[in-house]
Design a binder for this molecule. Structure first.
Ligand code: FAD
Length: 482
């Protein structure tokens, strides 16, 4: 396990800002030309930091927009309504993200401010064919449970003790030690060893936001997002859209970003690196001293890299799992759940999975309208992908009607987003299986020749915006120091 502190917190005396150690602090050694592959949060961060350190940067991005898996949907709904199709929320422990939020002065809000989000009321459950509304905070779980499992929270009983060993949730030795200790088994195996009944394991798998729907991932991978939020006062998002964050980088990088430029091959020469991009059907070669590659491995495995990468890296690129996620967004003309003692959200074992409402933060522009989202994961997502668009919406609406029985009266139309069908993502986010954080992550991070790797899949805080940003800053630091 690589236990280096990739990014420490430090305060620049000049600016008082939190800076990735080594970059602004150590200054540039030699000016380099760098090509950054991908304008998601990792690529944008790497590009920004490299520009700040005085390097010449070109970002090549296949899509016609920045943000990658940060995607605020603004089309397809009544004007003023927005929904998040990718990254949504963050917490006080997103140190790297918050550094840029403050640097670029981007407004953000707590999601638990009732006036903003209307969080008052119950989250509904739909489990084993039953709609369940908590009574006095207690849920009548339709599972065989031990008597004591019916009292109090299962998270407090079984998850919290697993996290107690970590004193420091920043990228510290204690975090890496803990991750290694939790990496060899699935969460279900660890829960079973802790005495959780099968019913309790099932509840945690189905009704928590962090547990992998198919129970395949390592316990460390499942629990790292929980640990990442430990001690945070609040969960936040950006009024108006999470793409305010990616756009803040993109406008500052300006013409350094080339949109519609799809990387088709990479050649790692001893003295330079050549990237071939396809722009409007024409191939163009760009040469540089270094490359930061943030392309998800699902996509990268089909891009020719010569000479071939080392066998372990090639093998990992070909085999790293990504979680499937399909989000179906159903617009309703009123927040009809308000006043019912419900908050609109639901945890279900239905194909549509977790139900959330958008916009995450009311801005006033949406009027009375809202969007109810079914967030399908794993095989459920793949099942939705097989349907025609009309059938998918109809199916999601019928399932939503089990959760919110009057939804048909308010429904106005909908859209969906499948991340595994998106050619530049081919999956929602990386999913480390047992043992892979320990044995694969250090390999993933290791540069090969002139290629440096960043992206959520290269961070211990994988599958998060924080992980993407941390990795981009880390890759920029690597390049600045060679
Ligand atoms: C459904 C979902 C929900 C999420 N929820 C949260 C959340 O609430 N909180 C949180 O912190 N995180 C969340 N995340 C995770 C977070 O959004 C991601 O970890 C992060 O945005 C990934 O950034 P990245 O730069 O690593 O990758 P990406 O954003 O995927 O960036 C890679 C870029 O490379 C580009 N690219 C791909 N192929 C090529 C090519 N051949 N040539 C050129 N460019 C190419 C892509 O278009 C993309 O722009 C969520 C993600 C998803 C999908």
């Amino acid at each position: 396990m690589n236990r280096r502190n990739f990014l420490k917190k430090s305060t620049s005396a000049a600016t008082g800002l939190l800076l990735p150690i080594g970059l602004a602090a150590s200054g540039q050694k030699t000016k380099k030309k760098v090509i950054v592959l991908g304008a998601g949060l990792a690529g944008l961060t790497a590009a920004w930091e490299l520009v700040q350190a005085g390097h010449e940067v070109i970002v090549v991005e296949a899509r016609n927009r920045s943000g990658g898996r940060v995607l605020t949907l603004r089309e397809g709904f009544t004007s003023g309504l927005t929904a998040e199709a990718g990254g949504m929320s963050f917490n006080d422990n997103y140190f790297n993200l918050l550094h840029y939020v403050k640097l670029f002065n981007i407004p953000y809000e707590s999601l638990s401010t009732p006036v903003i989000r209307n969080t008052g009321g119950n989250t509904v459950y739909h489990l084993r064919g039953r709609r369940i509304v908590p009574a006095n905070g207690k849920i009548d779980w339709p599972y065989d449970l031990k008597p004591e499992e019916r009292e109090g929270s299962l998270t407090d009983r079984y998850i919290q003790p697993l996290l107690n060993g970590v004193k420091d949730t920043s990228l510290s030795n204690s975090l890496y030690d803990w991750a290694r200790s939790m990496d060899n088994k699935t969460l279900q195996q660890v829960l079973a060893e802790s005495g959780a009944s099968e019913g309790a394991q099932e509840i945690i798998r189905v009704t928590t936001w962090y547990a992998d729907r198919e129970a395949r991932a390592s316990a460390a991978r499942n629990l790292l997002p929980v640990l990442q939020g430990a001690g945070s006062k609040n969960v936040y998002s950006f009024p108006g859209g999470v793409d305010n964050l990616s756009t803040a980088f993109a406008v500052r990088l300006g013409e350094r970003i080339r949109f519609g430029a799809e990387v088709v091959s990479i050649k790692n020469d001893p003295n330079s690196v050549e990237v071939m991009v396809s722009i409007a059907g024409k191939q163009e070669s760009i040469r540089a001293d270094r490359v930061v590659c943030t392309i998800p491995f699902t996509v990268l495995k089909n891009i020719n890299i010569s000479p071939s990468l080392s066998p372990p890296k090639k093998d990992i690129i070909a085999n790293l799992s990504y979680a499937p996620t399909t989000r179906v967004f159903l617009e309703v003309k009123e927040r009809f759940w308000e006043g019912n003692g419900e908050n609109g959200s639901a945890m279900t074992d239905l194909t549509i999975g977790q139900v959330q409402k958008h916009p995450m933060i009311k801005t006033g522009r949406e009027g009375d309208r809202a969007i109810l989202e079914g967030h399908a994961r794993g095989q459920d997502a793949i099942q939705l992908d097989k349907m025609s668009n009309d059938n998918r919406l109809k199916f999601a609406l019928e399932q939503m009607n089990k959760v919110h029985p009057t939804v048909f009266d308010y429904y106005e139309g909908g859209i969906s987003k499948s991340w595994q069908l998106d050619p530049y993502a081919l999956g929602a986010y990386s999913l480390f299986l047992p043992g892979q954080i320990t044995s694969w992550l250090p390999e993933i991070i290791r540069p090969e020749g002139r290629i440096h790797f960043a992206g959520e899949h290269t961070s211990i805080y994988s599958a998060s915006m924080e992980g993407a940003i941390e990795s981009g800053a880390r890759a920029a630091k690597e390049i600045n120091e060679v």
